[in-house]
Design a protein around this ligand. Structure first.
Ligand SMILES: [Zn+2]
Length: 284
């Protein structure tokens, strides 16, 4: 279940490698027995995608020509790709309360993809695509990386219906429009000079537009490769960040604001802590 920008990094790697390939077999193996068994029904349609061709793939979703869709969520590093099945070298060591599974998708060119699933936060399901024209599944209310979905008009509408909520909650949390990491959203709020707990209805049209432009710009930077965030890639490598934004998380508390040098502070919000600069971001 990586959020943006990590899901985009993974998508850029996996998509060209598996789209167009045929799934010749899927194997599910239990590598760890936990106190609880896991997701009883999730694996029941495995046969429906055997010999199906992958027509669309991203970091969380696969659509096949058998009209079944596969949805999954996992931890960063637990989706892997191997050019040859004989190269498989994963050794999951995570212990959890629940069973741990390794799913292996074998493709027609001897390559394969593995998915390690454990704990309540991971998920896997195969179901019939009965949504008619539904070809891909948006990852959130407004799909950040889709230019047609993430428009200023749509963003304004989303916010106008939720004027009494804090701006950060309307963007990056479970109730928000985007599946984006809070520390990245907090950086965008910083450069937009908006306090994370500003009530959405107190923002002017210009402030909303500035926020939108900053989000869009940073999303585009990651899309084009101008920025890269640190993540565990699908080949098992740790990828180093390049021109990444400052992730405003607990490690930044008391450190200088990257814009003005004032010490970074936090405010409790949405059941967690949001980090901000008391000088750049005045609560409205
Ligand atoms: Zn500052």
């Amino acid at each position: 279940m990586p959020s943006f920008p990590i899901y985009l990094m993974i998508e850029q790697q996996i998509k060209p490698l598996i789209e167009g390939k045929t799934i010749t077999e899927i194997k599910c193996e239990t590598y760890y027995k936990g106190r609880y068994s896991w997701h009883g029904d999730s694996l029941r349609n495995l046969d429906s995608i055997k010999n199906a061709k992958i027509v669309y793939a991203d970091s969380k979703f696969i659509l096949t020509d058998s009209n079944y869709i596969i949805e999954f969520s996992y931890f960063n590093g637990d989706l892997r790709y191997f050019n040859d099945v004989s190269d498989i070298n994963i050794k999951p060591s995570k212990k959890s309360e629940t069973d741990g599974y390794i799913l292996t998708f074998y493709f027609d060119d001897k390559s394969c993809m593995t998915l390690v699933l454990y704990s309540w936060s991971t998920n896997f399901s195969i179901r019939e695509n009965n949504m008619e024209n539904m070809k891909i599944m948006p990852k959130s209310q407004i799909e950040l990386t889709d230019d047609a979905a993430f428009t200023l008009e749509r963003f304004r509408k989303w916010l106008s219906e939720r004027g009494n909520m804090n701006i950060v909650e309307n963007c990056s949390t479970a109730k928000g429009a985007f599946d984006i990491y809070n520390p990245v959203m907090n950086y965008i709020l910083l450069i937009s000079n908006i306090h994370p707990r500003t009530k959405t209805r107190n923002l002017s049209d210009d402030e909303i537009e500035k926020l939108y432009r900053n989000i869009k710009n940073i999303v585009d930077n990651y899309k084009t490769g101008k920025r890269i965030c640190e993540f565990d890639d699908i080949f098992g490598n740790k990828v180093a960040p390049k021109n990444d934004v400052v992730w405003l998380n607990s490690s930044m508390l008391g450190k200088p604001c990257p814009v003005c040098g004032t010490s970074i502070d936090f405010t409790p919000c949405a059941g967690t802590k949001m980090y901000f600069c008391p000088n750049c971001q005045i609560k409205k």
